[in-house]
Design a protein around this ligand. Structure first.
Ligand code: FES
Length: 106
């Protein structure tokens, strides 16, 4: 897994995210739906592959399953895979904070 450092501004934004809260983050051209789980920060592409709703307007449960706000399709934020049998696999991202720096991997 290759990690790249992100800006200090993004690190400050991350630190404000509560457990299971969804937020939007833009890195380069990528718009990512992120959350904090008990074992770290994770993200998936923000655009739902079904009909384009913004996933950060949805809901994240304690297991990291994000429900789309439009039709309720579910995605595992750790893997990008459908969590309801819809066979979608979307872009996903992992994050870590080490030595006061925020890193992202794809
Ligand atoms: S737009 Fe997300 S489930 Fe339909």
């Amino acid at each position: 897994m290759q990690w790249r450092a992100l800006s200090d501004d993004l690190k400050i934004a991350f630190e404000k995210i509560h457990l299971f809260q969804l937020a939007k983050l833009t890195v380069d051209e990528k718009v990512i739906c992120i959350t904090r789980l008990e074992d770290g920060f994770f993200g998936i592409q923000d655009t739902c592959p079904h009909a384009g709703a913004l996933l950060h307007h949805g809901h994240c449960n304690r297991r990291g399953v994000v429900s789309c706000p439009l039709h309720g399709y579910k995605f595992d934020i750790k893997t990008g895979r459908s969590a309801d049998g819809n066979n979608y696999k979307i872009a996903h991202y992992h994050f870590k904070i080490e030595e006061d720096k925020l890193y992202m991997s794809e």
